[in-house]
Each structure stands twice: as C-alpha cells, then as structure tokens.
Design a protein around this ligand. Sequence first.
Ligand SMILES: Nc1nc2c(c(=O)[nH]1)N=C([C@H](O)[C@H](O)COP(=O)(O)OP(=O)(O)OP(=O)(O)O)CN2
Length: 136
Amino acid sequence: MVYLTRLEHFNAAHKLYNPNWSKEQNDAVFGVCANENWHGHNFDLYITIKGTVDPDTGFLMDVKKLSKLVQEKVIKKVDHKNLNLDVDFLRGKMCSTENLAMGIWHELAPHLPEHVKLHCVKLYETQRIYVEYFGD
Ligand SMILES: Nc1nc2c(c(=O)[nH]1)N=C([C@H](O)[C@H](O)COP(=O)(O)OP(=O)(O)OP(=O)(O)O)CN2
C-alpha cells in the first residue's frame, strides 16, 4: 500500500453562526467568529489517496490528474466563495473546519478511479488549526 498526497489551496469567507441561537449565545460560543463578523481564511487542503502502484507507470495515480479532479469537484465550489451562503454541500450545516473537511471528502471520494481509495482529507484553516478526516 502506498500513500500519495497533493496540496491544493483556496480562500473563502465564513462566519460561525447558529441561526437557532440568540446573538448572545452565538457571541458566547463563537466569539469574534460569530454574528456580523464575516472573515476570510487561506485554506490549505491536503488530499491523500492510497492504493498500489502500477508497475508500468510507477504511479498510484498521475498526481496532475488528481489535482484536476480536486479542482473540478472541490476547489471550484469553494474558492473565493462565502461558505455560509454559496456552497451547496454546506447548506444547513455549521461552517466549521470539521464540517468543511467532511464535506470535501464526500464531494471527492465517489469520483476517484476504482483502484484508488481516499485516505485522508487534511484541511488547514490557519497555520495553527487543522482537521484530518479519514472517512466514516
Ligand atoms: N473546532 C473548531 N474550532 C474553531 C473553528 C473550527 O472550524 N473548528 N474555527 C474557528 C474560527 O473560524 C476562527 O476564525 C479561527 O481563526 P483564528 O482565530 O484566526 O485562529 P488562530 O488560532 O490560528 O489565530 P490566533 O491569532 O492564534 O488566535 C474558531 N474555532
């Protein structure tokens, strides 16, 4: 088994806001990330796939093709977008890094070639905050 990782990048705006709560409760739980405080992040997205190497190419998968797939299925949907308002796979969910990483997994996994499995979605929201998701 070999693991291959591709780093992609996007930036997006969001706020942490639960519409079922009062302004005060949102403030208390989410602090500066809540209510009218829209803000942006430069996200780094590490996509790791796993499988066996094709002896003819030496590749698990051509990483340029992996990058194109991630661009098409994920980056196009989130880059320069408002995560709370614009992204279909986050609709009705809180725009946390956890939910974003899980959403990205479900957007991408069904589109990988059959011989390749998604191993990890690692998403940095800031240099100091990241989430790793390994599937259900
Ligand atoms: N479990 C989670 N906790 C928090 C999340 C999250 O997605 N999951 N997100 C946030 C905010 O989005 C917040 O904007 C994080 O950014 P920031 O405060 O800039 O983060 P840093 O800790 O890296 O920056 P400092 O300058 O060190 O505070 C909050 N919590």
